[in-house]
Design a protein around this ligand. Sequence first.
Ligand code: ASP
Length: 333
Amino acid sequence: MLHRIATLFALLIGLVAAPLAAQEESPRWALVIHGGAGTLERERMTPERDAEIRAALNAALETGSAVLADGGTAMDAVEATIRVLEDNPNFNAGRGAVFTADGPNSLDASIMDGATRDAGAVAGVSATRHPISLARAVMEQSPHVMMAGYGADEFSHQRGLEQAEPGWFYTEERWEQLQRWLAQRQAGLTPDPDLKYGTVGAVALDMDGNLAAGTSTGGTTGKLFGRVGDSPIIGAGTYADNRACAVSATGAGEYYIREGVAHEICARMRFLGEGPQEAADFVQAETLALGGDGGVIVLGADGRWAYSFNTAGMYRGAVTSEDEASVAIYGDE
Ligand code: ASP
């Protein structure tokens, strides 16, 4: 009898204590970012580059967390964070984007508001300094979700977004990567997978409990004219829904589109009650089974977040109202 009373008491305490404990642990705001996944191994990285990447990730986290800590929206934090990464030539987005097979840069980006499930995306744009802001302009200033190519560039110009000459996006390193890619293809070799990655993404939770997600990329080195990857596809590379989570993906876009990765992760969390790590690992494994490697960042509506990737490394970082900023590159950290 005594034992039964004690059990009942413990159960009651548990029932009351669990939500309180969860609330206490939940951060008031959170920001998680990635800068692309790939064969990022210590032996292949110079100490200078390692330090540069970590500094760039920290700078992006600092910008986005200042917005959130100040009571700003998740949408503003995601956009501000990605703009910093787009300007940094170390990443395959905005300045430093990879080149298509026949030369120019062709940029893709998307953004989604988890509160309303409004979304905006652009594909194949070439004249806007910050494609993530153009994606947001499509969402907020047009009746559409997605615009592509010439029309999206024209819309950007008409709406007064900051324009950039082709030279702005150019970096010698990316140009050399294209030359290597072309040479490997010419020789009938499988192009080095290192030439592919470096997309950037951010997911955020603000103090009002709203989620947002965004992704920006130059795509894949040597892509064919007109090729569009997963990054601007809502539900594949980017998704946000306050009822579940916010996701940004990076990797072999064709597979991420076929798997519907970002939406699939949120659906598992919403309908199966999985946590961010469990849902992300499951969908990542299924995507890899199709043949696609890469990674995702996931942030739940309760502030729990996860990284999941099946490559050697992923440029990544996180900061919350409770935890200081941390950044990482390799799989073992
Ligand atoms: N997912 C991007 C694409 O396929 C590339 C990447 O994330 O590295 O366009």
